[in-house]
Ligand binder design. Structure first.
Ligand code: DSN
Length: 562
């Protein structure tokens, strides 16, 4: 067996260690070197993938700073099945189930011992189609000691088999299903490790330097890092990382600067807004006087003329810009001009597009908005949670409204995980990830459109799009249920001016963040979109839907979840 190995600069020390180990075991290993160009220079990774692709090497190893973006690129080469492996278990699955032939290791994610452990598992795991020749010696004679994550799993299994089983089931579901729900994503193992950490045991009511509990020195580090990194990402004056979710983040902004009964101009849920932008059943619609705006019937883009007219007529104290089902660029500057004209404050809710803003793939709200709220688990790919950013003049009011206004003790384990994910966002690989998310959404929408499905507003500029399935004689509910039967998860959604009630809807919302995290690119989007069309043509044919489901599961298994 021949292995080619290469790295970037940060990965070169671990690469050298692994090369030495492979040599000492008598495995024919060719070192293709450490990339010396900038982050965009992928000469070495390309060469490694080419060797595996054209069969001049049986296997490849790439040791990169974090390695996330490499899997997309390497998998574009024919016959290459590349996987980023952060644990021995991931290596085992990638080899035994997916017949992986290119191991990617993140030098920033692993210490040398962990890297060796992952490689040992990779080489020692049974290969589905092309087993290691018997001449190749397994690298370890004894099984590696279980990693801490594994131990925790075993403890949970022994302690609470019912919950353990439910978690196992969910893990399997996430692995075997194609998740195209626009608001979902897979956090990294590092984020999950922080979230499952002992920081969850700590009460830390208050803020750094003004805590109501002793013993906060370590959770302070986590919170300070989360704030520092968020400021660096979004270029804002002040950050509060304590909101438990996007809804409490929005609630805190409203509560900090408005009084009950004040008017808020916000996008209606029917046209793509969010529950907390004034739905009558949400606190926002109950406490405040909501003036809804929407999109035009023709363009299905935000009707800026209607918005300006409503602003002049109702003089809201706050205008909210942001959406959960809108596929076009938000023009924050134009919103600011309208807010200034009537002396209103402006809040951007960027929960869906935070990852795009973080990487400059969408215009920046910070220069134009008084407040920016977000969740941290969608395109930002962090733990489930919320965050508020604001201009300095509102800092005190916002902090006071979050604690003690709305919340008691902050979830310090989640805050630590927010810090970890923000660290990941700051790496160059995250930018490539987001670009791929956007390219994937565009290609996906184009294939569906050529299959007779109407794309709301004619396309997408971001990570999601809305597909009107009525031209096929379907409702959103029919379409989402049929897709579910074939192992594909989307959500039914109202489209603007929808004649169907929300529980039925005329559309489905499709987003690409989660499948892109699994390493899928445009080719895979074409495959999945083609399956959508097949599913829609097979409604009522249970056998055919099951067969498509089997194909989907097989396809899905090639792309490990983090
Ligand atoms: N429920 C989320 C979504 O799916 O967009 C927003 O909070």
């Amino acid at each position: 067996m021949k292995i080619v190995i290469g790295s970037d600069e940060r990965g070169s020390a671990l690469k050298d260690t692994l090369k030495e180990l492979l040599d000492s075991r008598g495995i024919d290993t060719q070192d293709l070197g450490a990339q010396t160009g900038g982050d965009d220079d992928r000469t070495v990774s390309k060469r490694v993938a080419e060797h595996v692709s054209n069969g001049s090497a049986d296997q490849g190893i790439l040791v990169w700073s974090s390695g996330r973006a490499l899997a997309h690129e390497a998998n574009r080469h024919p016959h290459v099945r590349a996987t980023l492996c952060c644990t021995p278990h991931m290596a085992k699955i990638a080899r035994s189930r997916n017949d992986g032939n290119l191991l990617i290791l993140g030098a920033d994610l692993l210490d040398p011992d962990e890297g060796i452990e992952v490689l040992n598992e990779w080489l020692g795991s049974q290969v589905k189609q092309s087993p290691l020749p018997t001449s190749a010696q397994p690298l370890v004679s004894e099984p590696a000691a279980p990693r801490p994550a594994f131990v925790k799993k075993e403890i949970l299994e022994a302690n609470d088999p019912e919950i353990f089983e439910a978690i196992q089931g969910e893990q399997k579901r996430q692995r075997n299903t194609l998740v195209l729900i626009a608001s979902e994503n897979y956090a990294s193992s590092a984020v999950n490790a922080a979230q499952g950490s002992v920081m969850g045991n700590k009460y830390a009511e208050g803020y750094h330097g003004k805590r109501y509990y002793n013993g906060c020195e370590f959770v302070d580090v986590a919170e300070e890092l989360a704030i520092k990194r968020a400021k660096e990402i979004f270029g804002v004056d002040h950050v509060n990382v304590q909101p438990h979710c996007g809804s409490t983040a929005n609630m805190a902004v409203y509560g900090a600067v408005l009084s009950p009964g004040d008017s808020i101009l916000a996008m209606s849920l029917d046209h793509g807004g969010h529950l907390t932008h004034g739905h009558p059943l949400s606190f926002s619609g109950k406490v405040y006087n909501i003036v809804p705006y929407g999109v035009t019937r023709e363009s299905e883009r935000i009707d800026m003329e209607q918005l300006a007219a409503l602003a002049r007529e109702h003089k809201p104290r706050l205008i909210v810009v942001g959406a959960s089902a809108y596929s076009r660029i938000l023009d924050f500057e134009a919103f600011r001009a309208i807010a200034d004209e009537i002396g209103a404050m402006l809040m951007a809710d960027i929960a869906h597009i935070a990852g795009l803003i973080a990487t400059a793939a969408h215009p920046d709200p910070a220069p134009f908005c008084d407040f920016v709220t977000t969740t941290t688990h969608k395109t930002l790919r962090g733990p489930r949670g919320g965050m508020i950013m604001c201009r300095q003049e509102y800092a005190k009011a916002i902090d006071r409204e979050v604690f003690p206004g709305l919340q008691g003790g902050p979830a310090m384990h989640t805050i630590a995980a927010k810090a970890v994910s923000f660290g990941e966002v700051l790496r160059p690989e995250f930018k490539s990830y987001i670009q791929q998310v956007i390219d994937n959404a565009r290609v996906f929408s184009e294939v569906l459109s050529s299959g007779g499905i109407r794309i709301v507003s004619g396309g997408t500029d971001n990570h999601l799009f809305m597909a009107d399935v009525t031209p096929l004689g379907l409702t959103g509910r029919d379409a989402s249920s049929a897709l579910e039967a074939a192992g594909i998860a989307v959500n039914k959604n109202s489209i603007p001016f929808d004649p169907n009630p929300p529980a039925i809807g005329s559309g489905i919302r499709i987003g690409t963040p989660a499948v892109t995290t699994r390493g899928m690119g445009e080719g895979e989007m074409r495959f999945i979109a083609a399956k959508f069309i097949e599913v829609f043509g097979s409604i009522g044919d249970e056998g055919r839907l099951r067969a498509i489901g089997e194909e989907v599961a097989e396809f899905s298994a090639r792309f490990p979840v983090p």
